[in-house]
Write a protein that binds this ligand. Structure first.
Ligand SMILES: [Zn+2]
Length: 529
């Protein structure tokens, strides 16, 4: 009797164990074309996920799963990693970041162009409290560091100031930065001698970080700037990256060939230099940064307005602005400058500098437009879009094996202002226009440039490739229909062709729409203490 009872209990226990045993997988993606991120040709197969990780990839997986999705021959790729974004513009208002998630991006990195929150720790702590749909990490910005220690003024740092700045970069790395960004094009980065940048880069490198740069000049002094970015890596002893590589100004078009030759020569002698790029022939930044000489901007807004009032310095400033419209970001014509947003007059969003010059009663010549640029800065300034690059340079840079894809975008509030379409379209545009339509890249190479390559650059060893044991960040899309729909005229349009996007094992995009899942995590760099 007792023995029978015992065996009954044992049988019951066994039954309960079976009942409590979950299905072997939480999620099973069936019938995919697996583009694994390495650049290898796709293969037909299934991907099984348990918790936040990929646990199995095989030609056919028959085991049960809590949820099975037949992807019907769509591509299954690692979620895209965007190494250069301004996501803090908007991520707190729109933590779901649908503009990114809906084009397969599962990780964005902040702190670009020398500009990051400082200190970094409270910013990352705030992100930890947000319910975000995708992963996010940050660089520490050299410009922010210099601004905190010296201010936005044009002079060399003292040894004591260099020590202070080094300590701030180290703190940024210990807080979790992936490296140090520079924006030597911007104030105050532009006031920094190369040697000073190298000193700070060494500090980031000692803690495992990389350097990425918005270069000092993408126009007439492009090649000097490429050499500088290379020197920062070579002398600083850390990997270095040319961010959003571009050739600005008609007179400079074609120089991407020389730029890439410099990169190839540096790589041949052992310098770890790489490139990122967005697939558009227009850039975006503030009108002041793009069209006003740096000396006019030194020392902040009051100093700038003073210089624009004094008749002598105003004339000199105007000469600089004329040059910048003619030869640089102005693209040679006021119609090539478009307003993304103007705080003092939201109705200007989408209009051009030529439109505004006419509206102010002037013929849209470059000289008149320069007057209007001064007026804009006096009103409080605008964000602009600058059509000043060539498609041939874009394609040549994209084809280079050391070029990865990055948006340089932000998280727009849907419908607000007229932002650069790169925030909505970068990754889908590469897959639609440059893989399918123009055949500039193979599908596999494009996916590599969006996943394994940036992951390796950031030292993310558990993302960027589809392999058992890796985090389940996955983009599922139809290579035949994937496309960007955001344009310079109508930027607030989501990418199409993504059936599922998965972050840390949770589906955040389903049949092209956001779900309620918010599995995004804050990612930390190699120096975190
Ligand atoms: Zn930039």
């Amino acid at each position: 009797m007792r023995a029978m009872r015992q065996s009954l209990l044992a049988a019951l226990a066994l039954l309960t164990t079976f009942a409590a045993q979950p299905a072997p997988y939480d999620l099973l993606l069936k019938n995919g074309r697996i583009v694994d991120g390495t650049g290898s040709p796709w293969f037909a197969g299934d991907v099984a996920i348990r918790g936040d990780a990929i646990v199995r990839i095989a030609p056919s997986i028959a085991d049960p799963a809590a949820r099975v999705i037949d992807v019907g021959g769509n591509a299954i790729a690692p979620g895209f990693i965007d190494i250069h974004t301004h996501a803090r513009r908007g991520i707190t208002q729109v933590p779901t970041a649908p503009n990114y998630a809906r084009q397969g991006v599962t990780t964005v990195i902040e702190g670009p162009d020398g500009s990051s929150p400082l200190p970094l720790a409270p910013f990352l702590a705030e992100l930890e409290t947000l319910k975000i749909s995708i992963n996010i990490g940050s660089f520490v910005g050299q410009g922010s560091v210099r601004s905190a220690v010296i201010g936005d003024i044009n002079r060399k740092a003292t040894p004591a100031e260099i020590q202070k700045m080094t300590a701030l970069v180290e703190q940024g790395m210990k807080d979790g930065a992936f490296g140090m960004s520079t924006g030597l094009f911007y104030v105050p980065g532009t006031f920094t001698p190369t040697d000073e940048v190298i000193e700070l880069a060494k500090a980031a490198g000692r803690l495992g970080g990389i350097h990425e740069s918005h270069q000092r000049d993408d126009a007439a002094r492009l090649l000097d700037s490429v050499n500088e970015t290379i020197a920062i890596g070579e002398k600083g002893g850390l990997p270095t990256q040319i961010s959003h590589a571009k050739v600005v100004g008609v007179a400079n078009w074609g120089r991407s060939a020389e730029m890439l030759a410099l990169v190839d020569a540096a790589r041949a002698r052992g310098v770890d230099v790489t490139i990122d790029q967005y697939p558009y022939t227009a850039s975006s930044t503030s009108v002041a940064a793009a069209l006003i000489p740096a000396w006019v901007l030194e020392g902040g807004r009051d100093a700038t307005l003073g210089r624009l009032t004094d008749s002598g310095s105003r004339e000199k400033a105007k000469g600089g602005i004329v040059m910048m419209i003619r030869d640089e970001r102005g693209g040679g014509d006021p119609k090539n400058v478009q307003f993304a947003s103007c705080g003092f007059d939201p109705s200007l969003a989408g209009k051009t500098l030529a439109d505004l010059t006419r509206a102010r009663g002037l013929a849209p010549t470059i000289r008149n437009a320069a007057e209007v640029v001064i007026w804009i800065v006096q009103q409080g300034g605008c964000q602009g879009i600058f059509h000043a690059m060539s498609e041939r340079d874009l394609v040549r840079i994209m084809r280079h094996p050391a070029t990865m894809v990055a948006s340089d975008g932000e998280v727009p509030v849907f419908g607000r202002a007229n932002p650069h379409p790169r925030s909505y379209g970068t990754f889908a545009r590469v897959l639609g226009v440059y893989v399918r339509d123009k055949k500039v890249l193979t599908l596999e190479d494009a996916v590599r440039k969006m996943s394994a390559f940036p992951a390796a650059r950031l030292g993310l060893t558990d993302r960027g490739v589809l392999r058992p044991g890796m985090k389940a960040d996955i983009a599922v899309f139809d290579p035949a229909t994937v496309r960007d729909t955001a344009t310079f005229e109508k930027p607030h349009q989501y990418a199409e062709g993504f059936s599922q996007v998965i972050v840390n094992g949770q589906v955040v995009v389903e049949k092209g729409e956001m779900t309620s899942a918010r599995p995004g995590r804050v990612l930390y760099g190699p120096g975190r203490k």
